[in-house]
Ligand binder design. Structure first.
Ligand code: IMP
Length: 370
């Protein structure tokens, strides 16, 4: 049976966590394949509000095995904290439903120190990293001088808490797929932050795109069925780097998106830069990942904006906005005409089916189009 992949189509924070949470019950396993606790998902469901950085949001579902794949970098302290917090909220976390690759690399305190030293040294050219030691941990991995989770026995405290979760996740995944189980691979960050295909050097240090889903798990191309791209109905970026459709902070529309969209980082609390949807960069993501489906998130955040712009190459296309609330709408036929027109335009320009439109943070505030 197949594996499906969810990947952020922009600069991260598109709302992947909600979609993984929405779909997770259809899968036996949900797998993170790249990055570390630079990521942050907020999931709001019947059980409460959860902020997850490393553990896939599938953990909130019974009968889903959550896997942290070999492509990830893990700060053991953060992982232990996350496990403890979930348990304190009544979520069961055991070595059966949380499995960690023995080949995932360990983020050590020195990586975190180096991250901040490097940022200081970059001066005006700083990347605006999350400061979690991600880059230096991957540097050690590539320099072949890193420590992997398989060697955690060298750290008694971490071994005691995490040791029973560590195994060969590649074999586990192979077994699941060979036994006709469905697997969901959960991307972190977004395609435009990919180390190879993003806006280098203002990127993260891993492959957040489809290639990383394979190398970061040990699966093969024929395992993959759907590659689902997650896009916001507008765009945001945290940290430095080019953002062609950025709206000036002094413009009231930027304030609207920031406040109505709660555009503050889950990991660092930083204000996100806000802008319009950018067709060219979305097409780049689609080309790089081969998305056959996409989800448009946070449509409701655009409610009440008089005029919506989209950057399309060198020009801006302009659409009349809508005053009606789209919050919580579940059927596309209930959307205001102007919202329908906006979605039709995106579909026509991007040439990919829009399968899901999200109209609020909760699971059921979703329009399923297929
Ligand atoms: P690093 O991954 O901490 O090295 O940060 C590199 C760049 O990626 C910075 O611009 C970060 O703000 C950005 N970044 C890393 N993780 C995320 C994420 O999960 N969402 C959004 N931006 C991220």
């Amino acid at each position: 049976m197949p594996a499906d992949v969810i990947i952020g189509g922009q600069w991260g924070d598109e709302g992947k966590g909600k979609i993984v949470d929405l779909l997770a019950s259809k899968y036996s396993a949900v797998v993170r394949f790249s990055g570390g606790n630079n990521a942050g998902h907020t999931v709001i469901n019947d059980l409460g509000e959860f902020k997850l950085h490393l553990i896939p949001s599938g953990i909130l579902h019974d009968n889903v095995t959550c896997i942290i794949g070999n492509g990830c970098v893990i700060d053991p302290k953060v992982l232990i904290y996350e496990i403890d917090k979930l348990r304190a909220s009544g979520i069961k976390v055991s070595s059966k439903n949380l499995v960690i690759s023995d080949k995932a690399h360990i983020i050590l305190p020195r990586h975190i120190e180096k991250d901040s030293e490097q940022e200081k040294a970059r001066g005006n050219l700083k990347i605006g990293t999350t400061g979690r030691g991600i880059g230096p941990a991957y540097m050690d991995k590539v320099a072949r001088s890193g420590y992997r989770m398989g060697s955690i026995a060298e750290w008694p405290e971490w071994e005691e808490k995490l040791g029973s979760h560590i195994t060969s996740t590649q074999k586990l995944l192979r077994d699941l797929l060979d036994h006709d189980e469905n697997v969901l691979l959960e991307g972190a960050q977004g395609a435009l932050l990919d180390i190879d295909h993003g806006s280098y050097p203002f990127v993260t240090s891993s492959n957040s795109t489809i290639g990383g889903a394979l190398t970061g798990t040990g699966l093969v191309p024929s395992d993959i069925r759907d590659t689902i791209g997650i896009f916001k109905a507008y765009a945001t970026r945290v940290g430095e780097g080019p953002f062609p459709s950025e709206i000036q902070k002094s413009n009231p529309v930027a304030k609207h998106l920031l406040e109505k969209g709660h555009e503050f980082g889950t990991t660092t609390g930083r204000e996100r830069r806000c802008g319009w949807f950018d067709i060219e960069s979305a097409k780049h993501s689609i080309m790089t990942n081969g998305f056959n489906k996409i989800a448009i998130m946070k449509l409701d955040v655009l409610d009440g904006i008089e005029e919506i712009n989209v950057l399309n190459g060198a020009r801006y296309d302009t659409f009349p906005g809508w005053n009606e609330s789209t919050f919580g709408i579940k059927n596309s036929s209930d959307l205001p005409e102007n919202a329908k027109n906006y979605l039709s335009y995106l579909k026509k320009e991007l040439k990919v089916n829009i399968d899901i439109v999200s109209t609020g943070p909760e699971r059921d505030q979703t329009i399923s189009i297929s």
